[in-house]
Design a binder for this molecule. Structure first.
Ligand code: PGD
Length: 773
């Protein structure tokens, strides 16, 4: 199917139309998008790319020796299966494991961003399938995006969705904010994506509008590129992971100059006096002033004092990017950003206060649809066990061991089978050699994938999934006023099937088809979910066309509430009648609940804690492993835009000219980044837009180890998660800490090995039965 008609479609990075012109897929951004994302270009060459998975495959070792721990995962050959045989084998294995050990031996967290369509959302499909056919699974909670803040924020201000998504609107900032201080910046590469869909990229325009009005933007980050040019802002370079110390020093200046808004702090906050005692060093004699913070952050004391003076008496918005909490003790800068806004008396004022994670995703700073498009119901999970999502390798390596999480002392379950669809742990997780060892412990790893990612290459059974353009779906997000009919533009690649079709067949074999499908095909589910939304809108006297009309017209505009900033505005107006959803009803500068947990790595008020990963003689550089600008995470890394932003097929690593000169590195050289966990090759780019002592290598280049079985692998493509350390942010939230690590950097000597990330694994033919293999 290669229709020459224009099809409406959507992705996490934008709505668009697709049409075939001869053999070429032409992608045109949605006409209503003021600033379409270049990531759309990644789709043009994706459908037929050789990295796609053409048919069901089984790992030879698993086929020949049966399920069980196996160290060959990641280095084995694959044998093609027919669909009927693949279904039989998967169903039998699920039945075996659930029969022998119960669904609590199955890990179905299946973390990952999957694709934009709300019905075929792979993670929802896995969860629904495991719940309805097997009675449940061990799940994961929170996300790699906001692992620390999602746990912290409810203790101190409110639910992360309310705080980040409804914290403030961009319109309000454009109109009212005088100073925007952004810890971690406001990079447009981050806000160009939003899970579910994003039809209008408005951040650039609003930032431009605010700057033209005279708003001052200050970006505190090791990277200048974290602030868009339109902000015409000021870059304050800071040593990675030290923002907490800087904010403490700013607070110290505010207190010592009597600039802190004591009336606000007394009325709306609890615990300010405890923090002031900490700033003064009452208990330990350590004053946390600008002179103390300067050597920690690499910012002169005078500049810290001048910064505090710029914030005093102005309408200030404080933002803290997700990236700051994706690091050791990541809770601290998130908490301190709120305290800074409170000490300035800003929360609840128009254009002032605390906008946690503004700019980190396209959802934030937007208004909400009056009625959200319904999610696929997940059914009931009969298993109560879970892990914080980034503890997956710990769980597999240490079954039965105890761990702390948000005031609880939990035990890792014994997992024998993991089911993954719509995620790429060999992209998103830290210390990939350790992750491989963890996956090697399983009896069986089953993966649905569109392409041969490293996760697919470690699976025992790989089932080929369609890409969105090969099926029908509905794209939309609660913060996007356009609902998009994702019309099918191409036939499935090879024998690929959509996740729903795969699970329907498996459910049939496991006796759960009726419960899984409720008698609906995919199109009927779309109509059913749409109708639910339509009825909820009708209750609000809003009329939208029926499903058939919507499908034909392709795009539907939905009514929105003007709800940005509502929580804090109401709280400021009347904190007694509109308390915050915290234990005290106020902003918690001191949290009795967190103090009661007794965690040394996250005490009852925010503090500065030295991270264990600090540069030393052996590893003199910080590595920032942040979000890429050329793709979403690892998705479509083989797409033409992503490939065009590499050099020699390798990901680009940026370093400062002073460091480059000292190391004899010039732009275009292949460099190696090395630490105790492995080596990563990348192509160097010398740039004054990164501070000295720091190198930056974004995530998302597909893991491509020279020897997949090596204890300390060498990735020739540039995946920084070979190097990152697999630890939780703290005992409170156990979030992903993959943003920062330390490395040695050098020019790679000799002939650099060719990148092979997008070459499918060796396809082997089946040995005859009883060949003794
Ligand atoms: P994606 O590349 O989006 O990464 O990690 P995540 O696993 O979400 O993976 C989605 C996968 O789903 C892709 O491989 C894609 O091919 C597949 N897929 C897409 N559509 C479908 C479908 O319909 N069916 C099936 N079966 N598969 C599909 C992202 C995670 O990485 C996140 S959210 C963050 S914020 C973290 N960021 C960092 C970081 O800043 N630094 C480090 N070091 N590490 C990180 N990891 C985290």
């Amino acid at each position: 199917m290669t229709s020459t008609h224009r099809k409406t479609h959507s992705s996490h990075w934008g709505a668009f139309t697709a049409r075939w012109q001869d053999d070429r897929l032409v992608i045109t951004p949605f006409s209503g998008d003021p600033d379409p994302s270049p990531l759309l270009q990644n789709m043009a060459n994706a459908l037929g790319h050789r990295a796609r998975i053409a048919g069901p495959m089984v790992r030879r070792g698993w086929l020949e020796q049966g399920p069980g721990p196996d160290n060959r995962r990641g280095a084995d050959e694959y044998v093609a299966l027919s669909w009927p045989e693949a279904y039989e084998r998967v169903a039998a294995e699920l039945q075996r494991v659930a029969g022998e050990s119960g669904p609590e031996a199955i890990f179905g967290g299946s973390y990952g961003w999957s694709s934009a369509g709300r019905f075929h959302h792979a993670q929802s499909q896995v969860h629904r399938f495991l719940n309805t056919t097997l009675g449940g699974y061990v799940r994961s909670v929170n996300s790699y995006s906001s692992g620390a803040s999602a746990v912290l924020l409810p203790h101190i201000i409110g639910d992360i969705n309310e705080i980040a998504r409804r914290g403030v609107s961009w319109q309000e900032i454009a109109q009212h904010t005088e100073v925007m201080i952004s810890f971690g910046g406001l990079a447009l590469k981050n806000s160009q994506v939003a899970s579910g869909g994003l039809s209008e990229h408005t951040e650039r325009g609003f930032i431009d509008q605010a700057a033209r009005r005279g708003a001052a933007f200050i970006s505190v980050s090791p990277l200048e590129s974290d602030l868009p040019a339109e902000a015409r802002g000021e870059w304050l370079p800071i040593r990675p992971g030290t923002d907490a110390a800087l904010i403490l020093a700013l607070l110290h200046v505010l207190v010592s100059r009597r600039w802190s808004d004591e009336a606000f702090l007394a009325r709306y906050c609890v615990g300010w006096e405890k923090l002031v005692a900490y700033l003064r060093g009452d208990a330990d004699g350590q004053v946390r002033d600008a002179a103390w913070a300067a050597p920690i952050c690499g910012i002169p004391a005078a500049r810290i004092e001048a910064l505090a003076a710029r914030l005093h008496g102005r309408r200030v918005m404080v933002t803290v990017a997700h990236s700051l909490q994706r690091a050791e003790h990541g809770e601290q800068p998130v908490w301190l950003g709120l305290v800074l806004a409170a000490a300035l008396g800003q929360p609840g004022l128009p254009g002032g206060g605390y906008a946690y994670a503004l700019g980190a995703l396209g959802h934030y700073g937007k208004h909400h649809n009056q009625v959200a498009f319904p999610a696929l119901p997940q059914g009931k999970n009969g298993i109560d066990r879970f892990i914080p999502v980034a503890r997956v390798a710990d769980m597999l390596l240490h079954p039965g061991e105890k761990f702390f999480y948000n005031g609880r002392h939990l035990t890792y379950p014994s997992i024998r089978l993991a089911y993954w669809a719509g995620g790429n742990p060999f992209h998103h997780h830290q210390d990939l050699a350790r992750l491989r060892r963890a996956f090697c412990r399983l009896d069986t790893l089953i993966v649905h994938e569109t392409a041969w990612t490293a996760t697919a290459r470690h699976a025992d059974i790989v089932l080929p999934a369609t890409m969105t353009l090969e099926r029908e779906d509905i794209g939309g997000a609660p913060t996007d006023r356009h609902l998009v009919a994702m019309q099918q533009a191409a036939a499935p690649y090879g024998e690929a099937k959509d996740d729903y079709a795969i699970f329907t067949e498996l459910a049939r074999r496991l006796g759960g088809e009726a419960a899984f499908t409720e008698g609906r095909g995919a199109r009927e589910w779309l109509a059913h979910l749409y109708q639910q939304m339509r009825e909820r809108l009708r209750e609000r006297d809003v009329s939208v066309p029926d499903f058939a009309t919507f499908w034909q017209q392709g795009i539907l505009e939905l009514p929105q509430d003007q709800d940005g900033g509502r929580l804090l505005r109401a709280f400021r107006q009347d904190p007694e009648r509109n308390p915050l959803p915290t234990p005290s009803g106020k902003l918690e500068i001191f949290s009795q609940a967190i103090a009661g947990f007794g965690y040394a790595d996250c005490p009852g008020h925010p503090v500065w804690l030295e991270p264990q990963q600090r540069p030393d003689q052996q590893h003199p550089f910080y590595l920032i492993a942040n979000q890429p600008e050329s793709r979403l995470h690892s998705q479509l890394d083989f797409g033409q835009y992503s490939v065009s932003r590499k050099r020699g097929g390798r990901e680009i690593c940026r370093l400062n000219p002073d460091d480059a000169r000292r190391l004899g590195i010039t732009t275009g050289d292949v460099v190696e980044l090395v630490n105790g966990r492995g080596t990563v090759l990348a192509s160097a780019e010398v740039s004054a837009r990164i501070m000295p002592g720091v190198v930056q290598l974004p995530t998302g280049a597909w893991y491509d180890p020279v020897d997949p079985l090596a204890e300390k692998p060498v990735c020739r493509h540039g995946n920084p998660n070979v190097l990152t350390l697999d630890i939780g942010t703290s005992s409170l939230s156990q979030g992903c800490a993959g943003q920062i690590t330390v490395v040695r950097v050098g020019r790679f000597a000799g002939e650099a090995p060719e990148v092979r990330a997008f070459e499918p694994p060796v396809a082997a033919s089946r040995r005859p039965e009883n060949s003794g293999g």
